[in-house]
Design a protein around this ligand. Structure first.
Ligand code: SF4
Length: 925
């Protein structure tokens, strides 16, 4: 095993507290062999990589060693930086370990009884639609299944939605319009077999790095392979591209409509396929021609070079083996569903679907957004790909579940759900494994809605989130490493997540918590689950129930597992659905026969009339804000934020600004800026770069109040949604930007966390220390007094002070040592130009500082060769200085040579672009 990380907990799992609720048998301690190997799945992105963990020692003090699972078909042993550092997120300090009621620890019986009584009272008094569940693509399929069954099957309301609404609901709506079912036709092997990969609306190199590696490997094996990136921003994915189309934000549908016209005009469509397997072609082509009649017209509308548009179109026309990967840049739009269908139109009109190396491919963001779709986790779906609004489908599910209370109309989708809470139409909400106060658009309004909500219940594995303060009842849920169940990845592959460790504290699996509430609401028989395999088996049986041409045929079919028992579940291998007795080993790609799940059996092409963003820039808000992910963080950082390695590469919220806009607004690289929209504002560190076009800004989505005082991007984002999918327009919000007028900049490193109340404050996890980046608009008259106050609040010991002050240039530096060991450092200056933090951070590992280290401490300058520099490769923790030194001293002249010498860039490859830049700077590029 290529071991990437090892872990031994600093805090032993707590066994305090008694469980009065019904005991469960789902966690079976493995025999205490010296070492056991657990195969599980990464809990972050929708790629769904297999992870292999060697566990040794007993449950109270285990030692874990983690690497990629070389037998898993998705990743074949590779992991990206996030997966590689999973063990750094397992410490218990940040976990929610006990049930809480109104902020007080209570036992499970008390918490469950209170929650169920309040839910029952709400429903009895105001009806089932007064209650809602807001859940998450982080849940396992078994959790999701039980939550959906409770809401839609027994409470009788479809008010259950999920943060997957923010991620891929436009893809769902597009698939259903075109194929008659929410079915992803492609498989990962298509990435290996394609000769043209079109990646649109995704920084795939960072957001799905393992899949991007497969494209790169295909290109290495086939020099004719082309890669086209379509993205308003130049991202790390563009480093490897043959062509980057930096189109005007929101103009994607015009670009794809133009391609349909181009192919029709050159007779490059598959007319047999169109005739035999599709309908709606004529209307789709007419609409395309109306909006995108020529290459010149497309180039003008998309603000692209006509030659580049022509090149893209020519390559597409010439390459039958084309895969079009699309993600949030397409989905997160007020016309996201139309954009999806513009892509699907192209693949249907060229017959490039259901064939090796030819398919449209929705890159799912979350680890189990697909599983959620299977069980009906969205407010407008029923379970098992059945339709809520179809009486026959409701009847089928009602008979299967033994319920006559099946919800009969769609519930509130995410954004409207929180509006309903704000307006008091929904009076109680149960939030599971997500953080809507940060991730939804117009997020401050969401926070206010929760603050005024009668009943907020929260199930989470983490104690401190921005949503937590608004919950009256908090249930501690098991986290990754303790969870046991299944997830489905972007290619429909169902994999097991297996427990490595027993639950921490009194944490319980989500399915158990939901089942306990359901039983207390009076539905004991339907929710009498003892283990996740029973839920999975029921889920598989529902997928098979009356699923044949004479009843209600549907794509989602797990009938081969309808009798799966505990032993079969324990050894379940990764398998792509549908999985039936005829296809017991699963199905790689769908629609190979050209038959679809519409009434006619033909796929539908849709007429697409492109629409721009709802809110256009104006004089007050002249710039367009784009949002997205960075390489080493996941969602709202509740877990990845705990990892020092993952925090090292991009430690602060930042905003990318084009040099022209930066000059116009007098923004300096490295300074702070305030970004404001009509809905909210945030503070971020300025990066001046031509990676964004003039008139556009980019900010990351990850920071919350737990890590940054004003780094949340959710409050900025306009709450416009796609009318079909309900997915928010998170990529295009009109904003303005201005310098943040600071009186001083600074940072503090300390062995214990410091409490500060600066206007700008970002907390960053470090090895044996915590770092704060600080700035404020108010000058500080007495820095020594201020430092002593902060250090005292951090409960640092009284010790030896070393101090330097130069009031004339606004500089103050101090350090606190105890018995020669560094306890804290504070560095203040008038500008952002302060010493590098990495060497100072590394000094916290020392028992006592050396004479050299003491001498250089307040200069912040590392002795030659002593600092690895800012982390470049988060998989192996390799710093910039280490790489540049090796380039210089060892004459390394390629990414491969650096990988061989230092390992950097040799795992997930997400840092290869940065390594190339270092080579170029050293004259080796
Ligand atoms: Fe996890 Fe990275 Fe694989 Fe995604 S690509 S599943 S984050 S290891």
């Amino acid at each position: 095993m290529n071991t990437l990380a090892t872990f031994a907990p600093s805090t032993p799992p707590s066994t305090a507290g008694s469980l009065n609720a019904q005991p469960v048998a789902w966690y079976e301690p493995a025999p205490r062999a010296a070492t056991r190997c657990v195969k599980t799945t990464c809990p972050y992105c929708g790629t769904g990589c297999g992870v292999r963990v060697e566990v040794s020692g007993d449950d109270a003090a285990p030692t874990l060693a983690l690497g990629g699972d070389s037998a898993h078909p998705t990743n074949r042993g590779k992991l990206c930086s996030k997966g590689s550092n999973l063990l750094e997120t397992l410490d218990l300090d940040a976990r929610l370990l006990h049930p809480e009621l109104d902020g007080q620890r209570v036992d499970w019986d008390t918490a469950l009884a209170s929650a169920s009584a309040q839910i029952r009272a709400l429903i009895d008094q105001h009806g089932p639609d007064a209650f809602a569940i807001y859940c998450s693509g982080q849940l396992l399929t078994e959790d999701y299944y039980v939550a959906n069954k409770l809401m839609k099957g027994f409470i009788g309301s479809a008010n259950i939605d999920t943060n997957s609404r923010l991620c891929m609901s436009s893809a769902v709506a597009g698939h259903k319009r075109a194929f008659g079912a929410d079915a992803v036709p492609a498989c990962y092997e298509d990435l290996d077999l394609a000769e043209l990969a079109v990646v649109t609306g995704s920084n795939m190199a960072w957001c799905h790095p393992i899949l991007f590696q497969r494209i790169k490997a295909a290109r290495a094996a086939n020099p004719a392979h082309k890669l086209v990136i379509i993205d308003p921003r130049r991202t790390a994915s563009c480093d490897d591209a043959d062509l980057h189309l930096a189109l005007k934000p929101g103009s994607d549908a015009t670009l794809f409509n133009g391609l349909l016209v181009y192919l029709a005009d050159r007779v490059k469509l598959d007319y047999d396929y169109i005739d035999d397997h599709t309908e709606g072609f004529g209307a789709a082509l007419s609409a395309a021609r109306a909006s995108a009649p020529s290459v010149a017209a497309v180039a003008a509308a998309c603000e692209l070079d006509p030659a580049d548009v022509e090149t893209f179109y020519r390559w597409f026309a010439a390459t039958p083996r084309t895969v079009t990967c699309f993600s949030q840049g397409i989905n997160q739009s007020s016309s996201g569903t139309d954009k999806v269908n513009a892509i699907l139109n192209l693949h249907l009109a060229t017959g490039r679907i259901g064939k090796p190396g030819a398919a449209p491919f929705s890159l799912t963001g979350q680890p189990n957004a697909m599983g959620g779709r299977e069980v009906g986790g969205l407010a407008n779906q029923l379970a098992a790909h059945l339709e809520l609004e179809d009486p026959a489908h409701r009847d089928l599910v009602g008979r299967f579940w033994g319920s006559d209370r099946i919800a009969s109309r769609p519930g509130h989708k995410a954004v409207e759900l929180f509006r309903a809470i704000e307006e008091g139409r929904v009076k109680g909400v149960w939030i599971m494994a997500t953080n809507p106060v940060d991730s939804l658009p117009d997020a401050d309004r969401v926070r206010a809605a929760l603050a005024g909500c009668e009943l907020v219940i929260l199930s989470d594995c983490m104690a401190a989130t921005d949503t937590a303060p608004y919950a009256q009842i908090r249930f501690p849920a098991t986290g990754w490493g303790e969870k046991d169940g299944t997830v489905t990845n972007a290619e429909r592959c169902i994999s097991r997540q297996r427990a490595l460790l027993p639950p921490s504290g009194e944490a319980q699996p989500d399915w158990w918590i939901i089942s306990q509430i359901a039983q207390r609401l009076g539905y004991r028989e339907a929710f009498d689950y003892q283990a996740p395999w029973q839920i999975f088996q029921e889920h598989a049986r529902l997928s098979a129930f009356e699923n044949h041409p004479d009843a209600i045929p549907r794509d989602f079919d797990l009938s081969a597992w309808a009798e799966l028992d505990a032993a079969g579940y324990a050894t379940l291998a990764p398998t792509q659905w549908p999985v039936s007795p005829a296809r017991p080993s699963g199905t790689a790609r769908l629609f190979e026969s050209g038959r679809f799940y519409t009434a006619s059996g033909k796929a539908r092409l849709l007429p697409i009339s492109p629409r721009g963003p709802v809110n256009a820039p104006d004089d007050d808000y002249p710039l367009v804000l784009n949002t997205g992910r960075i390489r080493d963080q996941w969602h709202t950082m509740t877990r990845t934020g705990l990892s020092p390695r993952l925090a090292a590469n991009q430690p602060e919220p930042f905003v990318e600004v084009h040099p022209d806009d930066a000059a116009r607004q007098q923004l300096a690289d490295g300074a702070l800026a305030q970004i404001a929209s009509r809905w909210g504002h945030m503070l971020a560190r300025v990066i001046v770069t031509d990676a964004v076009n003039p008139g556009q800004l980019f900010v990351p989505m990850h920071w919350t109040s737990q890590y940054a005082s004003q780094g949340r991007m959710g409050p900025l984002v306009n709450p416009e949604v796609d009318p079909l999918s309900g997915q928010p327009e998170s990529k295009q919000t009109p904003v303005r930007i201005a310098p943040f007028a600071t009186a001083w900049y600074g940072f503090a490193l300390s062995r214990t966390p410091l409490a500060t109340d600066c206007a700008y404050r970002v907390r960053i996890s470090g090895e044996q220390h915590s770092r704060l980046e600080l700035a404020d608009t108010q000058p500080v008259a007495d820095w020594r007094g201020q430092a002593q106050q902060w250090f005292a609040q951090g409960e640092l010991p009284q010790g030896e002070w070393i101090e330097y002050s130069d009031p004339a240039n606004g500089s103050y530096r101090c350090a606190l040592l105890e018995n020669g060991q560094l306890q804290a450092v504070l560095m203040i200056g008038a500008t952002p130009a302060l010493p590098e933090r990495d060497w100072l951070g590394s000094l916290f590992a020392a028992e006592a500082l050396s004479d050299d280290q003491r001498r250089l401490l307040l200069s912040g300058r590392a002795p030659a060769g002593a600092s690895a520099g800012p982390t470049v490769c988060a998989c192996f923790g390799v710093g910039r200085n280490t790489i540049t030194d090796a380039i210089r001293d060892q004459g390394l002249d390629s990414v491969a040579a650096i990988g061989q010498a230092l390992k950097a860039g040799s795992n997930c490859g997400s840092c290869v672009g940065e390594i190339r830049q270092l080579l170029a700077s050293a004259g080796q590029g």
